[in-house]
Design a protein around this ligand. Structure first.
Ligand code: UGA
Length: 444
């Protein structure tokens, strides 16, 4: 068979798109022993990556990229046409940003599909890895069929990623499942071979199912977070402690303790987008999606709940010096997409507060939205600099660095010993004993 060569020889894999998903996928596939080319039309980005200058912060990614570049099984190119021609398997990892109405912008996927069509010089397997709405593969297939100039065959597959930012490399190298959505035996064989190392964790489905598994998983986790946040609102009206409620619930293996952390809610490039996209897809199909809509509403309300606490602590926010610790949408990343910090800072700016912001990794990204010269805010070099003379300290992202703060020292340098903790990183009794007024989520 004509794809015999692919099965026997080592596979040449292209990973198109060098964002979070693309870079981790390229490095991870190379680490599994495959011959991988990471490709992106952004030439500057590719040059930087080739020199070892990784554009994002993701633990262990730089090391994995470098090790595999050195081994010779990972290269980068901005020549998409040449890369597509040279490769047998093409992983599509380009972005699918969100339109105003919640639907995903599929223009980059379409562009890559057309390129694949134009460069179909031999059989290729096109694997869609970006989070995409159900039926996207059918569109990719249609676009390639429509624009292809040769009679060469191709297959489409869906292999959704489940990487978490901040632990994406270890998630790739030790996945809890590999979902392979295919419609032909040959596509299945190729993907099973690529992921041979994880054969005990492979689930093979049709393409629609694979696409839906991704959306359904993310929306379910988002639902879980909104659920515990809803419960935290009840805790605040009673003597219940949401941390213990979550712990008690988590002992039940049917529920599980993970993703039951109450706080400022979910952010990032995935949950907010995916829950809206699945809602939109369902509604287009005539399915009532109120359950997910409500979960997203609960999430949208988290910043308000938090700011009410800040107001309760300070009353008037105008001219108050407020230290905001944590800007990334979660720890161990520099990503601020859909981060609660953005709305919090926006609101505090409106109120006329004087802000001092600090984050171990995300300040450069935040500066692009809130440059120091345009607002009454500044970026600090350390948490201690941020809190100097502050009227209140806000915890917005639960970086370990903040858990390790010397709270006695913190108390000394602040103007007023007030902490509003949106992530419940401290024990209320401990901080109060030091002399702080302490506000957290879902507990007294
Ligand atoms: C999420 C999924 O966890 C991954 O499996 C998936 O591959 C990825 O989206 C994606 O679709 O690409 P990620 O967005 O990196 O990964 O981050 P998570 O660790 O899932 O956290 C998402 C948000 O939920 C963060 O803002 C986090 O602070 C918040 N969260 C998480 C909570 O508020 N409470 C929790 O208990 C857990």
């Amino acid at each position: 068979m004509f794809y015999e060569s692919i099965r026997e020889a080592s596979m040449k894999i292209a990973v198109i798109g060098t964002g979070y998903v693309g870079l981790v996928t390229a490095a991870g596939l190379a680490d599994l022993g495959h011959d991988v080319t990471g490709a992106d039309k952004d030439g500057d980005k590719i040059k930087k990556i080739s020199w070892g200058d990784v554009p994002i912060y993701e633990p262990n990614l730089e090391e994995l990229l470098k090790a595999n570049q050195k081994r010779g099984n990972l290269t980068f190119s901005y020549d998409l046409n040449k890369t597509i021609q040279a490769c047998d398997v093409i992983f599509v990892c380009v972005g699918t940003p969100q339109h105003e109405d919640g639907s995903a912008d599929m223009s980059q996927i379409e562009e890559v599909s057309r390129m694949i069509a134009e460069n179909l010089n031999k059989y290729k397997l096109v694997v869609e890895k970006s989070t995409v709405p159900v039926k996207t593969s059918a569109w990719i297939k249609r676009i390639i069929s429509l624009y292809k100039k040769s009679d060469k065959e191709f297959d489409i597959a869906s292999n959704p990623e489940f990487l978490r930012e901040g632990s994406a490399v270890s998630d790739f190298l030790n996945p809890d499942r590999i979902i392979i959505g295919v419609e032909t035996e040959r596509a299945k064989e190729i993907l099973v071979k690529i992921y041979q190392k994880f054969q005990d964790r492979i689930l093979i489905t049709n393409i629609d199912t694979a696409e839906l598994i991704k959306h359904a998983s993310n929306s379910f986790l988002a639902l879980k977070i909104s659920y515990i946040n809803l419960i935290s609102n009840i805790c605040e009206k009673t003597d219940a402690d949401v941390e213990l409620v979550a712990k008690g619930m988590g002992f039940d293996p049917r529920i599980g303790g993970r993703f039951l952390k109450a706080g400022l809610g979910y952010g990032g490039s995935c949950f907010p987008k995916d829950i809206k996209a699945l809602t939109k897809i369902g509604e287009e199909m005539g399915v009532n999606m109120d359950l997910l809509k409500e979960a997203d509403q609960v999430n949208a309300g988290r910043v308000k709940v938090f700011l009410e606490k800040v107001k309760k602590a300070l009353w008037i926010l105008k001219d108050k010096k407020i230290a905001v610790l944590g800007l990334a949408f979660k720890p161990e990343t520099d990503d601020i997409r859909e981060a609660a910090s953005i709305r919090i800072v926006q609101e505090l700016i409106k109120e006329g507060s004087i802000l001092r912001l600090y984050d171990p990794k995300a300040m450069d990204n935040m500066k692009e939205i809130f440059p120091e010269e345009h607002y009454r805010l500044s970026y600090s070099n350390s948490p201690y600099q941020a809190i100097e003379d502050a009227n209140a300290l806000l915890i917005v992202t639960e970086w370990d660095e903040f858990r390790r703060l010397d709270l006695r020292k913190v108390k000394k340098v602040m103007a007023n010993p007030i902490i509003v903790d949106g992530r419940n990183i401290f024990e209320p009794a401990d901080v109060r004993e030091i002399g702080f007024e302490y506000y957290s989520i879902g507990r007294k």
